[in-house]
Design a protein around this ligand. Sequence first.
Ligand code: ZN
Length: 175
Amino acid sequence: MPARPAPKVFTKFREVQEELGKSGAAIFRDAAGVESLIIDSPYSIRYIHSYAEDTPFFLGLAQGKLMGSKCTGCGFVYATPRGHCMECGEPTNWLELPKEGRVHSWTTCQFGSEAFLKDTPYNLCLVEFEGAGSLLLARLKDCVQDDIWVGMPVVAKFDPKPKYSITDVWFVPKK
Ligand SMILES: [Zn+2]
């Protein structure tokens, strides 16, 4: 039996990912020269998950709507699903949020889970909306790191083929 060839060495993680698809193994050498053997071990699971009372949020994304929640007691508006108010404990009602907001904060992710691997590195932002007291975390697309600034106006985009996932919505800079 022929000896298995030694894995190739890369210094960029993106190149490691490409090599894993070809040969199943690669070595990543970091800035300090430390080498890590990385292997490709695909696995698949079936995961059944209930959104329960958050269901209207995900159905809303599929219809191009951002659904937040408004407290029936103190009136606090959350930019996310929330059954009860964190301020006063009263139940909330659903409320449609604006499709435009501003970047409150953001980061660039150099590593990602399986769903984001092909887009890595990618940008995440916390969006603030007029009239809402909390923030929504989502991806920020159609811009590079140097283009992003705190306070930047952004617009929601919705997946035309919704998967009933938080990835059904993302934001882009407002033109
Ligand atoms: Zn409240």
